[in-house]
Design a protein around this ligand. Sequence first.
Ligand code: ATP
Ligand code: PMV
Length: 303
Amino acid sequence: MAAPRAVLLLSGKRKSGKDFVAEQLRSRLGPAVCCVLRLSAPLKERYAEEHGLDFQRLLDASAYKETYRQDMIRWGEEKRRADPGFFCRTVVEGVEQPVWVVSDTRRLSDVEWFRDVYGDAVQTVRVVASEETRKRRNWVFVAGVDDAESECGLDQGVAFDWGPCLPPGARGCCCSVTLSCGSGTVSCVPCPLRAQRRFPVCLSCPGWGRCLHWNKALTLRNTRGCVSFPGGGGWKFRSLGSGLCPCPGADPPAGGWQWREVRFNSLCPPGGPPAGCLVVCFNRLPAANSPRIICFRSRRLLP
Ligand SMILES: Nc1ncnc2c1ncn2[C@@H]1O[C@H](COP(=O)(O)OP(=O)(O)OP(=O)(O)O)[C@@H](O)[C@H]1O
Ligand SMILES: C[C@@](O)(CCOP(=O)(O)O)CC(=O)O
């Protein structure tokens, strides 16, 4: 088996479109170049065998699959406890194409396995759809599934290489922002990424966050005039109040945060954004006066 040139690990909530995106990639690149790997395929196959079910029906986006999801999760987690790399090893067996798209990465242990084995070839991709869209695709919240590791295992802890909020043509990020509060403490923004509920994201922790309520939580001053929103009239950055972040010393300083430097780049600098930067990626402009969606990717704590 040849080593892959690229391994794209797709993750995202149920009905966000992971399989759809994976198929798009495969059809654009062609089956000789790209193959779609599903960690859940060997899981579903064995589960179907053991439980006398229809394996093919567990593979598609059907109600049939959803009936068994919770029990498949339980069953798969038992297997993973015994051998965390079991499903990963099984899906890569005999694959010859140079580009692999793993369409259902759900757990940190899966990301770690691929990174350990394939190193820099691995790229993490977050697929995101709004709750409304997912509902239109027949998603309904199920306790024990949507609030469990299977759905939330990668909400934190991975700084995704690719996200949903890049403007057309941008790679990596569309602007980078350096934050300083003068005292070196960290700030947090409330973030509804997880099931649209507000939860704290610490800017010192790597990972993607998304702030839908920018007026309440995060506003920016567009110092260079490179990015503007219709009807916005400039951006401000406000104090967020306290009690949002679990990290010690995380409260914003008196008077709120200030910008030390704001850089807007159309492309990420080679090697990624400078250390200590908060990388902010802006979604396509929404209609005037609708809530702005600001996605950000944080790096490390600023000095
Ligand atoms: N961008 C899109 N445009 C149109 N339809 C889409 C798009 N993305 C997904 N869909 C449709 O939404 C449904 C759910 O998508 P998909 O199965 O890819 O989601 P998923 O994230 O893989 O879900 P699951 O976690 O349940 O496997 C499918 O019927 C798919 O065709
Ligand atoms: C049981 C499970 O593999 C089902 C995944 O199905 P799908 O990717 O939504 O088609 C989910 C999990 O492993 O947690």
